[in-house]
Design a protein around this ligand. Structure first.
Ligand SMILES: *[C@@H]1O[C@H](CO)[C@@H](O)[C@H](O)[C@H]1NC(C)=O
Ligand SMILES: *[C@@H]1O[C@H](CO)[C@@H](O)[C@H](O)[C@H]1NC(C)=O
Ligand SMILES: *[C@@H]1O[C@H](CO)[C@@H](O)[C@H](O)[C@H]1NC(C)=O
Ligand SMILES: *[C@@H]1O[C@H](CO)[C@@H](O)[C@H](O)[C@H]1NC(C)=O
Ligand SMILES: *[C@@H]1O[C@H](CO)[C@@H](O)[C@H](O)[C@H]1NC(C)=O
Ligand SMILES: *[C@@H]1O[C@H](CO)[C@@H](O)[C@H](O)[C@H]1NC(C)=O
Ligand SMILES: *[C@@H]1O[C@H](CO)[C@@H](O)[C@H](O)[C@H]1NC(C)=O
Ligand SMILES: *[C@@H]1O[C@H](CO)[C@@H](O)[C@H](O)[C@H]1NC(C)=O
Ligand SMILES: *[C@@H]1O[C@H](CO)[C@@H](O)[C@H](O)[C@H]1NC(C)=O
Ligand SMILES: *[C@@H]1O[C@H](CO)[C@@H](O)[C@H](O)[C@H]1NC(C)=O
Length: 776
């Protein structure tokens, strides 16, 4: 311990000495641009090799300089070129090939009578040696004075060609001149071509100085570094004090060749290539390149990029690698580490950064900023935006759904949905009537597309569609119904859904979730009876048999509604438009929209008169008392329509014929039935049959309901007529032969198949009997 304590101060001392010595060494390295052991400075002026003051310190005698200390003064020493005949004094030497030389200013001074009084002319301004030329871009030949003219006479270093230039000044007073401008007023300038070595300057006065000698006794002519001389009017007077001004000289490497002693020598200029071949004289050392300046002879050396030092020296003073990192001359950006490599350096971005790391490049980009941060931000923002969008859309849909759900529930309740459900539950017939959702029906009708409309009228709109199970349906959207009638409507729906009659368009279900209740029927493909009767293209296809069959089927339906259904139902709107035909011309009674249930204890009910003009029971019109006989009347009209193929009401006909029923009755009265019957169905052999049917129609059209037969009677009579007529055998025209099998097919499936509870067996057998007869 004690020993250590004693040693410690010494160790510190040694370390301090070491550190300081390192500092001293590094400092001397910096200034060591001369050969080791040579004077590297003259006063403040550095003397880089190839220049030197002593033997062995300069490259050759062309580069010998003298550091001259002025006698008896403390003035700084002057560095002068050794073999110069001019009073040049070097102020700066650059290894790029220039040196700044203070050169004499030539002057001529005159007295008031314009006589020359002094002449400090150094006409032959010789530059040290060939290879030392006036730098043409940095210098200007300049003349100052108010009445002076001067000439520059140089010789080109390449071919010794003489070159002459010059300029003249003029001014009458100091106020004439423009400060900073050498355009002739008090000062003029001429540029110097490149490659001028030896120069003679001559000067004279142009108009004499007598009128200006007060402020400008002398004229001056000199070559000067542009930046070092800025003309001012004061110079016309004060330049008398100035003896030397700086000019820039270019130098290059030339070989000094001694021929005899030191006196006879010549300088030889070589190209880089030639110089390189003679290693002993080649001036460019390691890590350098050689080049030949354009404006002078000889060659020069320069450090390779990334190196610094004296290209004319070897070793550590020569061109050595620049540690850009340590010297802080690198171009490494913030956040990048500088790595020096020989001749160059590299910038490596810190961990977590990427890029070339250079200030003049893309620099270093924080990867976190760049990727995770940036992407996090972007993805965060986009995810956020997406979330908002999704949430908005979801909320919107939810609100829409909820609203429509609320509306649906409201409609469902308004439309008596609960009532219907209850009824269906108590009746135990839930599987007969289906309550469709509005959604299902929207899909079925392509959202109630206008193209799907197959019927439109006072009752509402009928759409064609396919349910999800591919069932073809007709969906009826009724006109707004009286809300107070909801209960009745529900009853009708229930009853109709229970009516399972082959000749009644089957109600498949309903939808109560829309404002207007929707009814879903089975689709009947062949259109209405009305179309078949009144379209001239199809009317001929309706043979008498077909017509009677349709009439019978319709009568069967009405008979069934009036007497079998419980409670009885009055259709109220029997007309050809409400009889649909399927592909086998089987009648399907539709549109129970106006139908009324007749309470069991009442034979008639009072309602608002409703029906279709032309088919409407006149008694009902007058009394508003609705009975089953109203349907009988309407059926009578339908029968007449079937027999005559005439429109029930037509304003094309004369007034008395306008209403078909009345017209028919008057025709019958006049016993001229054949005039009104459709020619297509009248044949010799069926006139009697037609008369029978016409008679039946006549009875149905009785003004008093009581006088009309019941529908059951009508149906039975029609049945009997058909049976008795033995239609199948009556005629065998080519048309009928074709039709017969149709009738058979039709017959076979004819009847009230399905719910036997609803249709009594007895009636069925009767009908079947008929069919068998017809089929044979
Ligand atoms: C310098 O001083 C010395 C002695 O003092 C004298 O002999 C010499 O002439 C002076 N030289 C100049 C240039 O003044
Ligand atoms: C140049 O130097 C010579 C002596 O070497 C001297 O006589 C002359 O006056 C100097 N000229 C100028 C302009 O300084
Ligand atoms: C000017 O100089 C010349 C010659 O030196 C002299 O003869 C003349 O008198 C001088 N004139 C004046 C005004 O000094
Ligand atoms: C003159 O000097 C400048 C620097 O002061 C240098 O760039 C140029 O090359 C030199 N030579 C010529 C002929 O301009
Ligand atoms: C300068 O003048 C001297 C002497 O008159 C002459 O020998 C030399 O060739 C001239 N130099 C130039 C460049 O004109
Ligand atoms: C030029 O500069 C001098 C001082 O340098 C000044 O006295 C003179 O008034 C200036 N002349 C003009 C025209 O500005
Ligand atoms: C000098 O001034 C006088 C009088 O003003 C004039 O006659 C003469 O021409 C002037 N000389 C020059 C060279 O301008
Ligand atoms: C020219 O005059 C200005 C202003 O007095 C002065 O600063 C400058 O040194 C002068 N130039 C020379 C070369 O004497
Ligand atoms: C190099 O130059 C020297 C001096 O001029 C000469 O003596 C020598 O032969 C030259 N060597 C070559 C290889 O050219
Ligand atoms: C060239 O540069 C390298 C790296 O600075 C240095 O080590 C080497 O000494 C140099 N070569 C010469 C001939 O100076």
């Amino acid at each position: 311990m004690n020993a250590w304590l004693l040693v410690l101060p010494q160790v510190i001392l040694v370390l301090m000495i070491l550190i300081s010595s390192i500092k001293i060494i590094s400092a001397s390295e910096k200034t060591g641009i001369a050969k080791p052991g040579c004077d590297d400075h003259c006063g403040d002026i550095p003397i880089p090799f190839p220049f030197g003051t002593r033997d062995g310190c300069y490259l050759n005698l062309l580069f010998r300089v003298v550091c001259a200390y002025p006698e008896n003064t403390s003035d700084p020493p002057e560095l002068i070129l050794w073999d110069i005949n001019s009073n040049g004094s070097i102020t700066h030497i650059s290894l790029e090939g220039q040196l700044t030389l203070l050169m004499a200013v030539n002057r001529r001074c005159y007295n008031r009578s314009s006589e020359l009084t002094s002449d400090l002319l150094d006409p032959w301004m010789r530059l040290n040696a060939p290879g030392f030329t006036i730098n043409s871009t940095a210098n200007m030949f300049t003349v100052v004075g108010c009445s002076d003219i001067a000439f520059f006479e140089g010789s080109n270093i390449f071919d010794s060609q003489k070159y002459r230039t010059g300029c003249m000044t003029f001014c009458q007073s100091a106020a004439d001149v423009i400060n900073g401008s050498c355009s002739g007023l008090g000062c003029c300038q001429a540029s110097i071509p490149p490659g001028q070595s030896g120069v003679n300057i001559s000067m004279d006065t142009s108009f004499g100085h007598s009128n200006v000698s007060d402020f400008n006794p002398c004229g001056y002519a000199f070559v000067v570094e542009k930046e070092a001389f800025i003309f001012s009017s004061a110079n016309l007077t004060n330049m008398i004090e100035v003896t030397r001004l700086p000019m820039v000289i270019d130098w290059s490497i030339l070989d000094w060749v001694l021929t005899a002693g030191i006196v006879d020598w010549f300088a030889t200029a070589r190209t880089c290539e030639a110089a390189r071949k003679n290693n002993t004289l080649y001036a460019c050392k390691g890590n350098t390149s050689c080049y030949e300046p354009e404006t002078t002879i000889g060659y020069r050396c320069s450090c390779l990029p990334g190196y610094q030092g004296n290209p004319y020296l070897d070793g550590i003073d020569g061109c050595t690698d620049i540690d850009e990192c340590q010297d802080n001359i690198h171009n490494c950006a913030k956040d990048s580490a500088c790595y020096n490599i020989v001749g160059s350096h590299e910038c490596n971005c810190r961990k977590g950064y990427r890029g070339d790391g250079r200030t003049d490049g893309e620099g270093c980009i924080h990867i976190a900023d760049d990727t995770s941060k940036f992407y996090k931000l972007v993805t965060g923002a986009s995810v956020g935006a997406l979330c908002i969008v999704i949430a908005t859309v979801w909320l919107y849909i939810w609100f829409r759904r909820r609203k429509s759900m609320v509306m649906r529930d409201k409609f469902f309740n308004d439309n008596g949905g609960m009532l219907l459900k209850q009824q269906l539950a108590t009746q135990g017939s839930g599987n007969v009537t289906v309550i469709f959702s509005i959604h299902e029906l929207k899909i079925a009708t392509n959202n109630f597309d206008g193209n799907k409309i197959i019927g439109e009228g006072g009752f509402g709109t009928v759409y064609h569609g396919f349910l999800a199970d591919n069932r073809e349906v007709a969906i009826k959207k009724s006109k707004l119904i009286d809300r107070t009638q909801i209960g009745t409507f529900i009853n009708e729906v229930i009853v109709l859904s229970q009516v399972n009659h082959r000749n009644i368009v089957k109600l498949l279900g309903c939808c109560l979730e829309s404002e207007i209740p929707l009814l879903v029927y089975e689709f009947i493909e062949n259109g209405t009876l009305f179309e078949h009767i009144h379209d001239t293209r199809t009317t001929s296809k309706l043979s008498l048999e077909r017509r009677l069959r349709i009439a019978l089927e319709t009568a069967g339906v009405l008979s069934y509604l009036h007497s079998v259904a419980s409670p009885p139902i009055i259709h109220r709107d029997i007309k050809s438009r409400n009889i649909l035909l399927d592909k086998n011309y089987t009648a399907k009674v539709s549109d129970f929209g106006a139908s009324r249930l007749v309470p069991q204890d009442q034979a008639q009910i009072s309602t608002m008169v409703q029906g279709t003009f032309g088919y409407l029971d006149p008694e009902y019109m007058q009394t508003s008392k609705l009975t089953e006989k109203s349907d009988v009347y309407s059926f009578g009209v339908l029968l007449v329509e079937l027999l005559t193929s005439m429109k029930v009401v037509s304003f094309d006909r004369p007034e008395e014929e306008r209403n078909l029923a009345n017209y028919f009755l008057s025709i019958l009265k006049r016993k001229r039935l054949l005039e009104i019957l459709d020619g297509n169905i009248v044949h010799e052999m069926n006139v009697k049959l037609l008369e029978e049917v016409a008679n039946l129609a006549k009875r149905c059209l009785k003004v008093k309901g009581e006088d009309r037969p019941t529908m059951k009677e009508v149906a039975m009579e029609l049945e009997g007529t058909l049976k008795l007529s033995k239609l199948g055998k009556v005629k065998k025209g080519p048309k009928e032969q074709e039709m017969e099998p149709l009738l058979v097919v039709q017959s076979r499936s004819f009847g009230f198949v399905g719910n036997e509870n609803i249709f009594p067996q007895g009636d069925m057998s009767e009908v079947m009997h008929l069919e068998n007869e017809g089929g044979r």
